[in-house]
Design a protein around this ligand. Structure first.
Ligand code: BES
Ligand code: MN
Ligand code: ZN
Length: 484
């Protein structure tokens, strides 16, 4: 799908040839003398276009217009949620017509988040997964032209929105692939392919390398599977070497059966999505490749399968992490924190400005926040504010969760420095407290995306979250300048 930004001229709309022309009409609509204004005014007056967000009027081959479908979409007062709702409704309404060329006209100048949401929503509703289907016909839309009153003012925001779509769609593709089409080796291949872009370098470590590094926790999880593990190190170098990078750490469990502490059969297929944290790191690198910002970013992906097997780690086994801390594996299904803790220790070597880990870590986070906001944990006020702001600007929302030390009580054990699980209550927080033990050397935040990375049920599929949030976090850092 190709995106283009243009200037909006109401008097020219009638001449624009396309399959679908989506026109966003808000309460602030003021009629001019052009044919379009006359049409909108009539439609509103007659009640054929209801003045309520999400309501639309699809006009087929309107006389005097070159577009096959002219869709007037009401977006109420024009709040960001209204724009999203309106575009989603309109795009779904014309989906059956299989449009190739779509135009999206803003009568009023949108702000950057509004434009962003327009672009990402159009991409989202037209997305189609095909990789493991014999019918390879994907989305119908080939070309999207977005028209705004002042295109010059929005050039950079538009580029960011389009890059976000590339990143989100890469994350969705890899999230959606079944585990036998998305092994740790496949993920390493995706990372290596990204190294073709300017400023990106990729190293892939295997079992021998991580053994040498002493990553006993990652090794313990990987042991139950015949599928070889991969530890992926990606670098995006857009600034001076002396400029400390932000490190992104992705959980890359390409399938989580639970291991010996095996999960029930129902919905176990969804555990192919347990690498969505890793996919979001790959997605961010895809967007960076496109935007080429002047920052340094490191991406680390700890990838393996979590399976039961003759060599699998057993409940009660004690393993030694790269940090030297010993861990009693009381539940082999709490494997994400095990692979992440070694990656977090590895992150120290980059002397990072900040480290963010992204993981489908706990069912408890799904219970706490559902599918609307990702949970994040940090002891750093600046990082917290930056993540909340990035969530808002990208409309990839998040919410801060606590990190009080009392939550770590349940992780105590007589047989190791720490246990990998505590009791049932506060499960998302105890997982974060476990990770926090490995992050003393830098500013850190943990994002639990278990509820937001994919949708269950009839519309099952990866969402590409939180690529949008991470991208805005990274790019807003450059604009804000260095932090102390
Ligand atoms: N990948 C899962 C978390 C998960 C579960 C995400 C369901 C989305 C939906 C993780 O590895 C896991 O199994 N966590 C356990 C932790 C427990 C054993 C302490 C969980 O949440 O049940
Ligand atoms: Mn698990
Ligand atoms: Zn898992």
């Amino acid at each position: 799908m190709n995106f283009e930004l243009r200037i909006f001229d109401p008097s020219l709309v009638s001449r624009e040839k396309c399959d679908v022309y989506l026109l966003l009409v808000s309460d602030a609509f003021q009629a001019g003398k052009d044919a379009l204004s006359v049409l909108i005014t009539k439609a509103l007056k007659a009640g054929d276009l209801e003045a309520k967000s999400g309501k639309l009027l699809d006009i087929y081959r309107p006389i005097g217009f070159a577009a096959t479908h002219l869709v007037l979409v009401h977006v109420g007062q024009g709040a960001i949620a209204d724009v999203r709702k309106g575009i989603a409704a309109a795009a779904s309404a014309v989906k059956a017509a299989k449009p190739r060329q779509v135009r999206l006209g803003f009568l009023q100048q949108p702000d950057a988040p509004m434009l962003r949401v327009a672009v990402t929503t159009l991409a989202e509703v037209s997305y189609a997964y095909t990789t493991t289907k014999s019918d390879k016909q994907g989305r119908s839309i080939q070309q999207v032209t977005v028209a705004v009153p002042d295109d010059k003012a929005l050039g950079a925001s538009f580029a960011r929105a389009v890059a976000a779509v590339s990143g989100i769609e890469l994350a969705k593709e890899w999230g959606n692939r079944p585990a036998n089409y998305a092994t740790p080796t496949h993920l390493a291949g995706v990372a290596k392919a990204l190294a073709k872009f300017s400023r990106i370098k990729v190293d892939v470590l295997g079992q021998k390398d991580v053994s040498k590094l002493g990553m006993g926790a990652l090794l313990a999880v990987a042991k139950g599977s015949d599928e070889p593990l991969r530890f992926i190190v990606m670098r995006y170098n857009g600034a001076a070497k002396s400029d400390a990078p932000v490190v992104l750490v992705g959980k890359g469990i390409t399938f989580d059966s639970g291991g010996i502490s095996i999960k029930p059969a129902a919905e176990m297929d969804e555990m192919k999505y347990d690498m969505c944290g890793a996919a979001s790191v790959l997605g961010v690198f895809r967007a960076l490749a496109e935007l080429q910002p002047d920052i340094n970013v490191v991406g680390l992906i700890a990838a393996c399968e979590n399976l039961p097997g003759g060599r699998a780690v057993k409940p009660g086994d004690v393993v030694t992490s790269m940090s030297g801390q010993t861990i009693e594996v009381l539940n082999t299904d709490a494997e994400g924190r095990l692979v992440l803790c070694d990656a977090l220790t590895y992150a120290e070597r980059f002397k990072p400005k900040a480290v963010l880990d992204i993981a489908t870590l706990t069912g408890a986070c799904v219970v706490a926040l559902g599918a609307v906001r990702s949970g994040f944990f940090t002891a750093d006020a600046q990082l917290s504010a930056a993540l909340l702001a990035a969530g808002e600007s990208s409309q990839d929302l998040c919410w801060q969760m606590p990190l009080d030390d009392e939550y770590a009580e349940g992780l105590k054990t007589s047989f190791a420095d720490v246990a990998n699980v505590a009791g049932r209550s506060g499960g998302a927080v105890t997982a974060a407290k476990f990770l926090q033990r490995f992050t003393a050397k830098y500013r850190w935040a943990h994002l639990d995306i278990a509820g937001t990375a994919w949708k269950s049920g009839a519309a099952k599929g990866a969402t590409g979250r939180p690529v949008g949030l991470l991208l805005d976090y990274l790019l807003d850092q450059v604009e804000a300048g260095p932090v102390d």
